[in-house]
Design a protein around this ligand. Structure first.
Ligand code: ZN
Length: 284
């Protein structure tokens, strides 16, 4: 019998998440970059080289994962989402055009959200959850997630354990993220557009993420790792990721889950806070 609660008796839960952004974040900075072959090739590396390599790694280590895919990317690479689902992993909603909700009007956000849902429906992909592009959720975003009948959001940072959010359209689980567990801050570099300017050592990144995992095992948290195939699919970096997962498996007290499965456990766990969304702070 599984012990009650979202961790199911584990010291920490790990969700390995891969945001398959491909060309979309660069094009969101300027449609003119579509004509820049080198930049497009740098981004296409994600779905073309990174994703197959990551799927093989997950097979080797027998751990499940969740891939957040923008609808635009799913449409541009028509076999991508099914290639992920066929290997036992989850595909989740990551906007259509990879524009942050905070950079859109409410109408634009609603249209973008629905457009991505239509792409996944047309490809026969079941969607359980959502992550805002750039983690740029608006105050209305959780309600939009609930309105579409999804189980969870994974864009907010109010805790390092999952919680339940009460919206006017129903309850969703929040699987919180943090910049310290995002490979973008470690590896993103392009001269133009400016998406980042660091190329850190994978050994440093491994050490940092392992320390975070140990802390989360101590405090009973969600280790919600966010990697991007165009960044972490590169050879030295994916070897560091392999060593991180091997370390977590050796610990023997870390449960690896797909986000959708975790969200169900969170919504069933009545010991977790159910938090109504407060009003935006009034300032000054
Ligand atoms: Zn993204």
């Amino acid at each position: 019998m599984t012990p009650p609660g979202w961790r199911g008796g584990a010291a920490a839960v790990a969700t390995l998440t891969f945001d398959v952004d491909a060309e979309s974040p660069v094009l969101a900075e300027g449609a003119r970059f579509a004509h820049h072959l080198s930049t497009m090739s740098h981004q296409a590396y994600g779905p073309e080289v990174g994703v197959p390599r990551i799927l093989d790694l997950l097979d080797d280590l027998a751990v499940p994962a969740t891939f957040f895919v923008p609808g635009w990317v799913a449409r541009r690479y028509p076999g991508l989402s099914s290639s992920i689902v066929e290997r036992g992993h989850e595909v989740a909603h990551h906007s259509y055009a990879h524009k942050a909700p905070t950079a859109m009007t409410e109408r634009e956000e609603r249209d973008d959200f629905a457009m991505a849902m239509d792409v996944f429906t047309s490809q026969g992909i079941e969607i359980l959850g959502y992550r805002a592009a750039m983690w740029g959720a608006r105050w209305q975003t959780p309600e939009l997630v609930a309105e579409h009948g999804l189980l969870y959001d994974s864009s907010l940072m109010a805790d390092d354990r999952p919680y339940r959010i009460l919206t006017a359209r129903g309850e969703i689980a929040e699987l919180p993220v943090h910049w310290s567990l995002d490979d973008w801050e470690q590896y993103a570099f392009l001269p133009e557009p400016h998406i980042g300017s660091v190329i850190e050592s994978p050994l440093k990144v491994l050490e940092m993420w392992r320390a975070e995992l140990d802390g989360m095992r101590h405090y009973g948290c969600l280790f919600n790792l966010c990697c991007h195939p165009f960044l972490s699919g590169r050879p030295g970096r994916i070897m560091a990721l392999r060593r991180l997962v091997e370390y977590a498996l050796e610990c023997g007290d870390v449960a690896f889950m797909r986000c959708g499965d975790l969200a169900r456990a969170v919504l069933d766990d009545q010991t977790l806070d159910a938090r109504p969304l407060p009003e935006p702070p009034s300032y000054p």
